[in-house]
Design a protein around this ligand. Sequence first.
Ligand SMILES: [Zn+2]
Length: 216
Amino acid sequence: MKIIVLGAPGVGKGTVAAMLSKKYGLPHISTGDIFKDAIRNETTLGLKVRSIVETGQLVPDEITNEIIRERLEKPDVKNGFFLDGYPRTIEQANAMDTFAKPDLALNFSADRNIIIERLSGRRVCTKCGAIYHIRNNPPKKSGTCDNCLGKLIMRKDDSEAVIINRLDVYERQTKPLIGFYRKKGLLAEINSGYQMNEMEKIIKQCDDAIARVKNG
Ligand SMILES: [Zn+2]
């Protein structure tokens, strides 16, 4: 089953998609990870992408479509996938219909204040990349990674001004997708405004939506 996950940054869709991926045995493909790899390896694409994402803007459709198409041609996704971070525009959604038509779109939503609180509390290890949260998942020693004793920092992407910009960009560019998939009868609304210890409430909504598609 080909499943896409929609929702603003910080809405929790990445975490949930990773859990669903394990549960259903389908790969979790995050465009964020693909971009991060390219940036870290300083490929031609990576250098181009870096300046764009640092200011909270979206990567141009023609670059993104090409990366995703290549990824979805690999053999590990022949039974389906959870795709996170794509499509983000109607143009991308139309492109995707030509090479991997989705069966279901899970649309995650949560209150804007919850999202800002989640994202601005995030800290990342400069050495091993482990992710913490000052309230939901704090390190044992403030500012220090539990795994490798590396220094924890706030990513540039997670400062409040950049977060608000990212949410505005999302509303403007990605929200039309909700109508696009609703019209096709593929949309399932998922309320993800729960605390970390209530994750099963979010998973249950996704399970129900997947079961509805399976049972036709
Ligand atoms: Zn570390």
